[in-house]
Unconditional design. Sequence first.
Length: 177
Amino acid sequence: MTDQPTLTLRPGGPADADAILRLFDTAIAWLAARGRTGQWGTGPSSTDPARIAQVQAYANGDGLWLAELDGRPVGALVVGESTAYVPPPTEPEVYVNLLITDRAQAGLGIGARLLSHAAELARRRGVGLLRVDCYAGDDRALVRFYESCGFTATDPFTVERPGRPPWPGQVLERRVD
């Protein structure tokens, strides 16, 4: 009989920035290998100054959570304020700013577990709304993932990016009991 690795969640901090960048790098390589370059492009995040700054801000904030398998980071969740390019909330909310998982661990439910944790954070705060936005291009597979986790698509949007193709996005929401 083999021991199954144990998935644990813990609050993150400044020391976790490199682990999050590694998760981005492996996710981008996985997406690019499948021809899905519209979400995050093809270059590694670990060499992109804008992404490095974003990840450092996440790691220095108070909304970062890491999923670990036997002490190794395999997913990250960041909750905070909604981004400027989505419609503002009409009631108090918890907003998922980042959800990223190690594609080598696909099928273990890491993303769903992190989203369940976000819902629990909303419950603890007495908030009834959990929202997220995601890339809605290609075949909308990411939108379907969030829908499979209990979210409902609400507002589509487009982020115009000078010198690059527009980025199609989708806001999704989930009611929290």
